[in-house]
Design a protein around this ligand. Structure first.
Ligand SMILES: *Cc1c(COP(=O)(O)O)cnc(C)c1O
Length: 330
C-alpha cells in the first residue's frame, strides 16, 4: 500500500532534510540563562514580523495563548472569546486553571465577531459586583469557524471597540500565516490592532515544535515569567528555533499551494452525493464538510477512509475535517 495521505492536521508535517540540517547546524546556548543566539534571532524576527517590541519562544500554541492570558489578567477577570475558540474548546480549561479567569463566549458567523457583540458583553467597570472584562481573545484564521480569515477592517473595529471599553486584546494567530497569505495582508497589519499575538511554527510552516508570543516589553517580560512557571523554559532551544527560522525563510509563501489544494478538495467533494460543503467558505487550508446519515457515524467513516489510505478527523456527529499542508502534494 502507498504511504497514507495524512490530512488530519497541518501539525503532522515532518521536518524536511534542509530543515533538519538547519537544526543540526544551529548555534545554541542556554536559553533559560538567556544566551541562545538562535532563539534570540527567532524572537527578534517574530517581534519584527508582528511589529511588536518583544517576543518569547514557547513550546506550543497552547502555552503561547495561556502565558499571554496569564500575563494580562488577574484571577477573577473575565475573558471574552468566540464560542468555539481554541482557548475554550482545546486548552483543557487552561484560562480557568492557570489564570483563574472566567470565559464569556459569544456565538458568531464562522468565528468572526462584531463590534455590537463586544459592546453588549463587556461588563461595566464601575459595578463592584461584576467581574472585570479584561481580555478579548480573537482567532485568525478561526479554526472551528472553518479556517476563516478576518476581514482586516472588521478586525480593527472589533479590537478598537474592546480597547475603548478598557480591555486588552490577544490574537490567537496559530494560523496567522495562512490568514496573511490568503488575504495579502502583512502580519503586522493585523497585529497593530492587538496587545499580544501568538503564532505557531509547528503547523503550516512545517517546524516540528514551537510557537511564539509577541507584545509590548512589559507584557512579554511577564510571558517569560509564566513560561518558566508553566514549565516551558527550554535550554538549548536554538535547535528548535532554527527549524522555525528555516520555516519562515522557506515555507511561508508556499502556503498558497495548501490553500489551492484545500479548495480543490472542497470543490471535488461538493460534486459527490452524500457530502455537504460550500467550497466558497474554504478560504485557507482547513476543509470542514458534513456527511449524510447513511455514511455515518463519522468515526466509522474516518476508519473506512483510513483503511483506504486517507487519514482525516471526525470532529462532530456529522462533521469531518481534512487539512492540507507541506507533506501533501496536489
Ligand atoms: C493548534 C492551535 C493552537 C495551539 O496548538 P498547540 O497544539 O498547543 O501547538 C492554538 N490556537 C489555535 C486556533 C490552533 O488551531
Amino acid at each position: 500500500m502507498p504511504p497514507p495521505i495524512d490530512l488530519r492536521s497541518d501539525t503532522v508535517t515532518r521536518p524536511t532534510a534542509a530543515m533538519r540540517k538547519a537544526m543540526a547546524d544551529a548555534i545554541v546556548g542556554d536559553d533559560v540563562l538567556g544566551d541562545d543566539p538562535t532563539v534570540i534571532e527567532l524572537q527578534n524576527r517574530f517581534a519584527q514580523l508582528t511589529g511588536k517590541e518583544a517576543a518569547c519562544f514557547v513550546p506550543s500554541g497552547t502555552m503561547a495563548n495561556e502565558t499571554a492570558i496569564r500575563a494580562q489578567t488577574e484571577p477573577g477577570d473575565e475573558i471574552i472569546c468566540e464560542i468555539n475558540g481554541h482557548i475554550v474548546d482545546h486548552e483543557t480549561g487552561g484560562p480557568a486553571a492557570l489564570a483563574g479567569c472566567m470565559v464569556r463566549t459569544l456565538p458568531s458567523q464562522h468565528g468572526i465577531l462584531t463590534e455590537a457583540q463586544i459592546r453588549a458583553s463587556v461588563r461595566p467597570r464601575d459595578d463592584d459586583h461584576a467581574a472585570w472584562s479584561k481580555l478579548l481573545v480573537l482567532e485568525n484564521t478561526h479554526n472551528a469557524g472553518g479556517g476563516t480569515v478576518w476581514p482586516l477592517d472588521q478586525f480593527a473595529r472589533v479590537a478598537r471597540t474592546a480597547h475603548e471599553l478598557g480591555m486588552r486584546v490577544h490574537l490567537d494567530g496559530a494560523r496567522l500565516w495562512n490568514a496573511c497569505i490568503a488575504s495579502g495582508h502583512k502580519a503586522s497589519d493585523y497585529c497593530r490592532h492587538v496587545d499580544s499575538v501568538s503564532a505557531c511554527f509547528s503547523k503550516g510552516l512545517g517546524a516540528p515544535v514551537g510557537s511564539a508570543v509577541a507584545g509590548d516589553r512589559e507584557t512579554i517580560r511577564r510571558v517569560f515569567r509564566f513560561r518558566k512557571m508553566f514549565g516551558g523554559a527550554m535550554r538549548q532551544a536554538g535547535i528548535l528555533a532554527a527549524a522555525a527560522i528555516h520555516a519562515l525563510d522557506h515555507h511561508l509563501e508556499r502556503l498558497a499551494e495548501d490553500h489551492a489544494n484545500a479548495k480543490r478538495i472542497a470543490e471535488s467533494l461538493a460534486t459527490i452525493p452524500g457530502y455537504r460543503i460550500d467550497p466558497n467558505r474554504v478560504q485557507t487550508n482547513l476543509v470542514y464538510f458534513d456527511i449524510d446519515d447513511r455514511l455515518s457515524p463519522t468515526r466509522d467513516f474516518a476508519a473506512k477512509m483510513k483503511s483506504r489510505g486517507v487519514w482525516i478527523l471526525d470532529v462532530g456527529p456529522t462533521t469531518m475535517r481534512a487539512v492540507t499542508h507541506l507533506d501533501v502534494t496536489r
